[in-house]
Design a protein around this ligand. Sequence first.
Ligand code: MBD
Ligand code: FE
Length: 304
Amino acid sequence: MSELDIHQLLDLVNTRQVEPGDERVRAITARIVGDLFQTIDEFDVNPDEFWAATKWLTRLGQADMIGLITAGLGFDRLLDIREDEADRAARRALGTPRAIEGPLYIAGAPLHQHEVKLDEGNEGKGQPLVMEGRVLDVHGNPVANALVDVWHCNELGRYSHFDPDQPDYNLRRRIQTNAEGAYRFRSFLPPGYAIPPNSPVSELFSLLGRHGNRPAHVHFLVSGAGKRALTTQINIPGDTFLDDDFAFATRDGLVVALEPVQSAAGYESLGVDRPFTRVRFDFRLQDALSEDEATPASRYDRAA
Ligand code: MBD
Ligand code: FE
């Protein structure tokens, strides 16, 4: 059996076994290897192309950019679509639509009660914004002491912890809602995001003839006792890339309305002293069916 054709080789790769292993991992691996064998064969991929691809994968991992390519190739949104389908199939009451976490969440942001100056240390950058609202359940009842974990990019479109030029937790905070489920924060309207140039991701995107832009957005991980933790984003209207997000994450119900507000009355504690843009947005959380569902955790922590 030392001379093999492609089919015999694939069969060997997928059937070798000296111990039980894991059935599901065996089956999924077999499918992926089979699909790749077929791709190489159909497209007549030559050795130089194949080894260039493996080097690209190595560089992608070394640059910690796997979470960026999954977003750009639609996998993050795919998982959300499948979760939505599972909710519908289970006839679960729906809350605020979920939207992808992205690769740039950092746990453990500073915790504040009811309100926060999210933009502390970034004063004067961009147009002043106040976002406020409540965390509610699917029946519209407030969720007291809910946690609103919020993060967005700086005025250059970069995220703290991934950008050496920003202090830790810049533009990242957690806000605990009051008894009425209310939260509010001051910040500035962030710009969109663009994938880093001269990176493994930008290399593939140029070969695909694609851009790597996201429309302006703000991320949230919202949780509360007995409620299903919600990962979502809001989009700022008017952005060129609103309907052309490289990560395919724009959703109805998450493009907020911007209200110009002339007077800072009532917002003194947030240090607002000039006209600002207000966004009012209530988060609606589903009931949790397990402790795991209620736990506010990043996708990587959840998977661990
Ligand atoms: C981002 O800011 C983002 O939200 C996603 C999903 C991917 C890359 C950058
Ligand atoms: Fe983002």
